[in-house]
Write a protein that binds this ligand. Structure first.
Ligand code: NAG
Ligand code: NAG
Ligand code: NAG
Length: 256
């Protein structure tokens, strides 16, 4: 059976604080995170069905961090046609995002030109790997993940880097040897982390190369794991069928 490892760095036990500032879309009213059900006004939930279903995707925001940028994702949603302006019969928004924005998957073509040329895009990723048993572990966050320290420590550090607009190179990720250890010694077929790259900044590409080299591991990045307790879950992660793209935003959930 395929196994996914979701690496929680860092761990917070309750709901993440709401992002500061205005919502990305004018149509989105503010709403408290609360028990979800049928309601008059829009509700924003991190969990559904009494906590059985946990959303581990980040919602898209203008001030979500983007790779090596100080500006964040920026305006990604635009009302191309608006009922308020009278001429149309519907509101109609337009998206503009990089394929590696927010919670997203990487396909082998991301770091291998020959895989890109051969068409190993996100539409070729195995849905059986993206949907299956997953172990959420709280890995060391006082150092990057190397072959030496691979394991579990509990140094508590609430960094919440996905809530900071400026890209932060100090996030915790895999060093090349940590990635190699995982590939060589485990049956893990999917690796998910809570910031924009599975690879620590200094070894970002080497770690990606190790994971994607044999096309046997799927990478999921920028998961929202702050409110999830480590343990066994069923993961469901569904990227868009973007043929020709080496990355795709994805909706990821855990089922208890
Ligand atoms: C979108 O459409 C609704 C009607 O469905 C309308 O009331 C609203 O003003 C529209 N929003 C904008 C921003 O135009
Ligand atoms: C309505 O149209 C005007 C002119 O194109 C534009 O400046 C304005 O932003 C539009 N308003 C909305 C809600 O789309
Ligand atoms: C992880 O590596 C990055 C550079 O790749 C570094 O900035 C960061 O401080 C490291 N994190 C820890 C916790 O050592």
């Amino acid at each position: 059976m395929e196994l996914a490892a979701l690496l929680l760095v860092p761990l917070l036990l309750l709901f993440p604080a709401a992002a500061s500032g205005e919502p990305a879309h004018p149509g989105y009213a503010h709403a408290e995170l609360a028990a979800c059900g049928v309601a008059e006004s829009p509700e924003r939930c991190e969990e559904f069905d009494g906590g059985r279903i946990i959303d581990i995707s980040h919602y898209y925001r203008d001030d979500m961090p983007a790779w090596e940028s100080g500006e964040g994702v920026g305006e990604f949603l635009r009302l191309a046609r608006s009922m308020r302006n009278g001429s149309d019969i519907a509101n109609f928004s337009e998206l503009r995002l990089t394929a590696h924005s927010g919670t997203h998957v990487d396909a082998p073509g991301h770091v291998f030109q020959h895989y890109y040329d051969a068409g190993f895009d996100v539409d070729t990723l195995d849905l059986a790997v993206l949907n299956g048993p997953a172990l959420l572990v709280d890995v060391t966050r006082d150092s990057n993940i190397t072959v030496v320290n691979y394991g579990f420590t509990t140094v508590f550090m609430c960094r919440k880097l996905m809530w900071k607009k400026e890209f932060d190179t100090s996030y915790v990720g895999f060093m090349k040897d940590g990635a190699q250890w995982l590939v060589d010694n485990t049956v893990i077929k999917l690796v998910g982390v809570d910031y924009l790259s599975v690879g620590a900044f200094d070894e970002c590409i080497p770690a990606h190369l190790v994971f994607l080299e044999k096309r046997e591991v799927i990478l999921v990045e920028a998961l929202n794991l702050e409110h999830v307790i480590p343990g066994m879950y069923t993961l469901h992660c569904l990227p868009l069928r973007l043929r020709g793209s080496e990355g795709s935003p994805a909706r990821c959930i855990l089922i208890k």
